[in-house]
Write a protein that binds this ligand. Sequence first.
Ligand SMILES: [Zn+2]
Length: 65
Amino acid sequence: MNNNDLRRYIFSFLRKYPKKKCYYCGLVCVWDKEVNQHVDMMFYYPENNTYCMKCYEKHFRCCIS
Ligand SMILES: [Zn+2]
């Protein structure tokens, strides 16, 4: 086992939760990298809310179209 393998091994334990997931449906949007297209809403500063495209369109499209 070299250093890179060891590092990957350790990080596999650190990353138990997604970096970002959809506020509504819980779809994982960002793990180590983006896995689903998503939108970050800054309306409720200081909280960042992340939405998958499906929920974004469902809840916000009416407001921007
Ligand atoms: Zn969603």
